[in-house]
Design a binder for this molecule. Structure first.
Ligand code: PMP
Length: 366
């Protein structure tokens, strides 16, 4: 047993947390970071200046607690999303991870089940275990899509109180049809399940891919979760949010910590949202790089999964570990997400994408 584990085991840790590993995407000092699906384009200068101005104003009031209801932010987020949503429909947290955790706290817990469909976002089981919620998994089709009838049958068999559907799905990039979401929602009625559609990467979707936001009217158990970490290039600011019926936000008010969104966070998000168009201007470029990666990898004889996100999962390598290491030697960090024979790469700037593709080609030829 490692010394670290021995030290941990002496503590009165909850039995259900013993032996678990924390979230651990490597944070290495490498020039080209294409491993955690960040927006590598950075913030335009005038948006950075607008954020600094708004944060400076907030600093003057830091002796007071912030607006607990983050009213201005909820209004700005509702306006950004459209679909007839208002501030009442919006809830936010320090990253969508926190929003998902609050959902687990409010609708999961001991004796309850959260269900998702791997391969999917690695935080779902960790959020479940942290909140004492059982985590059960369903299966996808071989191409990572989800068949509505199969989803409905699996949901009925498990009777969870939380169903999480990630679309576009991390780590595969797969977009779900609205029919699969509706099927999960309808089948979840039997166990009164909330259905969380995690749309962290929605802004990178192909134009014909619909958002689950359009399913919200009349579905009070449906939650669409979003983040400013990806398309908005604000991963460091920690701002995630959801859209749902107002009673969902009321449920989350029961579990959130008082004043959980700092005045600095609210100021940052509000300033960014007034410049949404400028912030989102790099999305088209990232989508073009994503499509370029899929095209080029196919030409190289690899097997990239079709992607609606800002990353591509690819297989077809004889030795993925050697490829991962070879890329790292050239200063390019990609992600081994634990799917045998596969790696995942984030679509970066054109130059970063070129560096990745060039090095990969060399490694495959060697
Ligand atoms: N959902 C998915 C599918 C993600 O990939 C991520 C980040 N990797 C998140 C949620 C959480 O992002 P954040 O907490 O930065 O909003």
């Amino acid at each position: 047993m490692s010394e670290q584990l021995e030290n941990l085991n002496r503590l009165p840790l909850r039995e259900d947390l013993r032996g678990l590993s924390p979230y651990g995407a490597p944070q290495l000092d490498v020039p080209i970071l294409l491993n955690v699906n960040e927006n590598t384009h950075g913030l335009p200068r005038h948006v950075r200046e607008a954020i600094v101005t708004e944060v400076q104003a907030a600093v003057a009031g830091l002796n007071r607690y912030p607006d607990r209801e983050f009213t201005q932010l909820r209004e700005n987020l509702a306006n950004y999303l459209g679909h007839g949503l208002t501030a009442e429909n919006i809830w936010a947290g320090n990253g969508s991870n926190e929003v998902l955790q609050q959902i687990m706290q409010a609708f999961g817990g001991p004796g309850r089940k959260a269900m998702s469909f791997p391969p999917t976002y690695s935080m779902y089981p960790l959020l479940a275990s942290g909140t004492g919620t059982a985590y059960v998994t369903g299966t996808r089709e071989a191409d990572f899509t989800m068949d509505p009838q199969s989803v409905a049958e699996q949901v009925r068999a498990q009777a969870p109180t939380i169903i999480i559907l990630c679309t576009p799905n991390n780590p595969t990039g797969t977009a779900l049809g609205l029919d699969a979401i509706e099927a999960a929602y309808d089948a979840g009625a039997a166990s009164n399940a909330v259905v969380v559609v995690d749309e962290a990467y929605a802004e990178f979707s192909h134009t014909e891919t619909p958002s689950a936001l359009q399913l919200l009217p009349g579905r009070e158990r449906l939650i669409v979760s979003r983040t400013m970490s990806k398309a908005f290039a604000l991963a460091g600011a920690r701002i995630g949010y959801l859209a749902a019926a107002p009673q969902i936000a009321d449920a989350l008010r029961l579990v959130r910590l008082p004043y959980h969104l700092s005045a600095i966070t609210q100021a940052t998000a509000n300033a960014a949202l007034t410049h949404a168009d400028a912030l989102l201007s790099n999305v088209e470029d990232i989508k073009a790089q994503r499509d370029r990666i899929v095209r080029e990898l196919t030409i190289m004889g690899l097997a990239p999964a079709p992607s609606d996100a800002n990353f591509v999962l690819f297989g077809g390598m004889e030795n993925p570990r050697a490829v991962w290491e070879g890329l790292l030697e050239a200063g390019v960090l990609v992600r081994d997400i634990g799917i045998e024979g596969h790696l995942r790469v984030t679509a970066g700037t054109e130059a970063e994408t070129t560096a990745f593709l060039t090095r990969l080609q060399e490694l495959l030829a060697a």
